[in-house]
Design a protein around this ligand. Structure first.
Ligand SMILES: C[S@@+](CC[C@H](N)C(=O)[O-])C[C@H]1O[C@@H](n2cnc3c(N)ncnc32)[C@H](O)[C@@H]1O
Length: 244
């Protein structure tokens, strides 16, 4: 469905731009054509409520095709791009959570919550490049930090970044295969789509009295113990749930 909507945005914007170019010769200029097509594709994406990260994709899609077909770019370059994007975004094409990074403000808030909780074990489910897990492990050497990440490239970066931290471990794999029972605090920054599934697992496996922190996405029908509004670029909201 996600891909179908993206295709629709591109298809409609190309058709409309061609129609307009029929009437207005200024659109025969490639740059003007591309600006209008990308602008329309982004607008359709917005109107069809696609996720925000589709906006830059729509912006760059046709201009990239234009650049790649105009200049003699060697074939291996395309393969390289596909490989890099696949390794970074992994399951995103199936609608999985893409890689977005938390701000340093989020990491600082998580650190202060972990201190308050006197936590001994912490997991970041979908840790990306370790934006939260690495500062936590760095700052709180007494806490054992587990970073779960499925996409190979972010996982590798996270592993390299944390190579000297003895209390930090990163696992390349699906966090749904993990057991959350051992964690005092679990942090996620995922998507509304996975919140029902992850919250069911959290409720089943986390011990009573432990803390679940969800960045940006609340769990429907759960009452947060605290909500923190951060003053970072994304105006992140942290929802904190105490397990009953
Ligand atoms: C929005 S990013 C958050 C990165 C990091 N936690 C942060 O706050 O900066 C979500 C990450 O979760 C990963 N992810 C999504 N589903 C996953 C799963 N089932 N198992 C492991 N990682 C997953 C994605 O690959 C992506 O890197």
């Amino acid at each position: 469905m996600t891909l179908l909507l993206a295709f629709l945005c591109q298809f409609l914007s190309v058709c409309i731009t061609f129609l307009v170019a029929n009437w207005l010769p200024i659109f025969h200029n490639s740059i003007v054509f591309l600006v209008m097509q990308s602008g329309l594709a982004m607008t359709f994406s917005f109107l069809l409520h696609q996720r925000n990260w589709w906006i830059p994709i729509h912006l760059l899609f046709l201009p990239s095709i234009f650049i790649f077909s105009t200049f003699a770019i060697p074939a291996w370059f395309y393969l390289l791009l596909v490989v890099i994007f696949t390794l970074v975004f992994w399951g995103t094409i199936r609608g999985d959570v893409p890689l977005f990074l938390s701000s340093s403000g989020v990491a600082e808030m998580v650190i202060s919550l972990l201190k308050k909780e006197n936590a001994k074990t912490f997991a970041d489910l979908g840790a990306g490049v370790g934006t939260v897990a690495i500062p936590v492990a760095n700052c709180l050497s007494e806490i054992k930090v587990d970073a779960w990440e499925r996409a190979p490239f972010p996982w590798l970066i996270g592993k390299l970044r944390g190579r000297f931290l003895s209390n930090y471990q990163t696992t390349r794999g699906n966090f749904f295969t993990a057991n959350f029972e051992k964690y005092d605090v679990v942090f996620t920054f995922l998507s509304p789509l996975v919140m029902p599934e992850i919250s069911t697992k959290i409720k089943r496996e986390m011990r009573s009295g432990t803390l679940f922190i969800s960045s940006s996405f609340p769990v429907t029908n759960w009452q947060p113990e605290n909500i923190f509004y951060l003053n970072d670029r994304r105006k992140t909201v942290l929802f904190c749930y105490r397990l009953p």
